[in-house]
Design a binder for this molecule. Structure first.
Ligand SMILES: C[S@@+](CC[C@H](N)C(=O)[O-])C[C@H]1O[C@@H](n2cnc3c(N)ncnc32)[C@H](O)[C@@H]1O
Length: 389
């Protein structure tokens, strides 16, 4: 026989817990002649049985109930389901914490966060110490705050060796320019990179051109080339975020944005660039769209990760109409545009394979090129020439 303190140490519960058990009738001490309560070996085993049932998630009052009746399978199944949900939530919490500590990839988390809270995501990355430029690059390129610096170092090493940073061709740029219904005088080339379109615009117009990009090295390269071509007098570099362009409102008759509206989101780009244009000013931009209703799984999965907002022509025409612009012309860019981008890039990957072949940046770019190679035609870049009222 056990006194209550002995029972407590035997079963690993407090005295007050055992008194509560007793009040529920789960154990029954016998009062001795000396006034103390004594508990039998049966009481010990009852408590141990109850603790086993509690370990399966039953409440004390359920344990009390099932000490005297058969288990209710429906209740157990419901409890099991609840437990499975809690376990899954804990596993997710574990994965996230370990990813935040850099032990696994954060790519999925950044992607999921971006779907539900893109602005808060961007702001939060900046509170974590990333510049706005890095935060944007993280979202589009490195996709992992723990490996961002190394990724961007490798990425820029690859891209610094190629002159064109997005699909584009002389033919496509000039075809779009031919649909601008006036001779532009004041132009901004937004997200111009190393200036594939800037230089063509300078050669084919008399305009003053502001070349905007948030990458200083790209603008330096552009200005070197412009100088060699004798075009630097009319091109002014402007290193700034395309979403926060500090330029005079209503002063520009042409805005050019090849391969970069997706960074802001097309609808948002139309909204935030429109104030820079004078009335009847024109915006030319290109955007990656689906050209088929039923893309291959591999292409669909890839672009869902890389450009989740990618859509069909109809949706883009709606965005244009909703933003108050009038469509002047649209066309799907030529294969040459892709070739100009992908050939030198593939060559650059070959050159750097022994040095960077294991890096995430090298592998991501290789995957992108392989998607172009296999599925181009299911998607393509569409050029839009749109006019402000
Ligand atoms: C796909 S590349 C296109 C470059 C160029 N328009 C072309 O067609 O070759 C996108 C460009 O946008 C620039 N960029 C990215 N985010 C930017 C931002 N927030 N503000 C300004 N430029 C940005 C990149 O540095 C890069 O040069």
């Amino acid at each position: 026989m056990y006194r209550i303190s002995q029972l407590a140490s035997r079963v690993g519960l407090s005295r007050s817990a055992l008194l509560y058990y007793e009040r529920l009738g789960l154990i029954q001490g016998q009062r001795g002649n000396n006034g103390y309560r004594y508990y039998s070996e049966r009481d010990v085993q009852h408590v141990l049985l109850i603790r086993q049932l509690q370990a399966g998630g039953l409440t004390l009052s359920e344990c009390q109930h099932y000490m005297h009746s058969q288990l209710d399978r429906a209740l157990l199944q419901q409890r099991l389901m609840q437990l499975e949900q809690e376990t899954a939530a804990k596993q997710q919490a574990h994965q996230l914490l370990s990813a935040l500590l850099g032990r696994s990839s954060l790519a999925y988390w950044h992607h999921a966060l971006d779907q539900v809270a893109p602005d808060a995501h961007l702001d939060w990355l900046q509170t974590q110490g990333f510049s706005r430029k890095d935060a944007i690059q993280l979202k589009w390129l490195s996709k992992d705050m723990n490996t961002h610096d190394q990724y961007m170092h490798d990425f820029m090493q690859i891209f610094s060796g190629v002159s064109q940073w997005g699909p584009g061709s002389r033919e496509d740029t000039l075809a779009a320019l031919a649909n601008v219904p006036f001779s532009p005088q004041q132009v901004v080339d937004i997200g111009c990179g190393q200036g594939h379109s800037t230089l063509l615009l300078a050669q084919n117009t008399q305009a003053q051109i502001i070349a905007n990009d948030n990458d200083e090295s790209a603008l330096q390269r552009l200005m070197q080339t412009a100088e060699q071509m004798g075009l630097n007098e009319r091109i002014k570099p402007h290193c700034a975020d395309m979403q926060q362009l500090d330029l005079a409102k209503g002063q520009f008759d042409l805005l050019w944005a090849e391969g970069c509206a997706y960074i802001v989101g097309v609808a948002q780009a139309l909204r935030c660039w429109s104030p820079l244009l004078r009335p009847e000013g024109v915006l030319v931009f290109s955007d990656l769209i689906w050209l088929t209703e039923q893309p291959s799984d591999e292409a669909a999965v890839f672009w869902q990760q890389e450009y989740p907002a990618m859509t069909h022509l109809g949706q883009r025409l709606e965005d244009i109409a909703n933003s108050g612009f009038k469509l002047l012309h649209t066309f799907t860019m030529t294969e040459q545009a892709w070739f100009n981008y992908s050939q030198p890039l593939q060559q650059r990957l070959h050159e750097l394979e022994s040095e960077l072949g294991e890096s995430q940046a090298w592998q991501d770019i290789q995957t992108e090129l392989s998607i172009y190679q296999h599925f181009l035609g299911e998607f393509g870049y569409q050029m839009f020439v749109v006019q402000k009222p």
